[in-house]
Design a binder for this molecule. Sequence first.
Ligand code: ZN
Length: 286
Amino acid sequence: MYINLKEVTQKAKELNYTVGAFNTHNLEMLPEMIRAAKEKGAPIIIQTSVSTAKYIGYKVLVEVCKLLAETELVDVTLHLDHAKNFDDIKEAIDNGYSSVMFDGSSLPFKENIMKTATVVEYAHARGVSVEGELGIIGGTEDGHSIDSEKYMYTKPEDAVEFIKQTGVDALAVAIGTNHGQYKSKTNVRLDLLKEINNVVDVPLVIHGGTGVKEEDIPELINNGIRKFNVGTELLVGWTKTAKEKFGETALDNSLRNNIMPCNETVKNIVKHKIEIFMNKNQPIRI
Ligand SMILES: [Zn+2]
């Protein structure tokens, strides 16, 4: 089924797992991502940046996700990642995205609350979920670097106030992860996540998931992470395979022969991540 973020994370909370939110960068890799979820019997969140949505087309993405959710019998949520202005969010919602993120993390606290609340009002009236962000997560977003000195951890007391005032369905937390990190791994502040999770009751979201050590993932799930973003690993995997394949084949070779292995690389990464995200060796905590 094609469902929103609130619905998909609710099931994850009940059974204590996290839902992989994978960034697609083109239309080619998208069906294999959803088929990977199908093979693992898991739901999936497909997310796009505003730039990717404009490149492929909001409506095209919505229709492809709806169709594959229906034909492959997978729960699919289509989410707009890191939108910073209302017009982009409105375009996504009006075209049928089932979830959006308003990223007001670089705004002053009160302005972030005010603008996020406006997005929530528009989205909820249309059955669409909203993710907000508090604190500043370092690294790069959609190819633009963010000054790592500006990194700001999420404060638990701010999270309580933010959720109360905005009514968001999920909250992205800054607990040490960085966007775009794939050459090294980060030290996640599990202590801070526990503090936040003790005082809020909305699903929490990890950004920059590629840089998280896989052995840390079960404890993140046990402490309220219900949406786990993975983007860079897919991008790097697809590009690496593309370089190898295109580099070694004749110019008139069918594109399909080069692109199918790239999609297969992405599919394998998604399957591997989902296996960890389903948290099968951990007890269910309600
Ligand atoms: Zn992010």
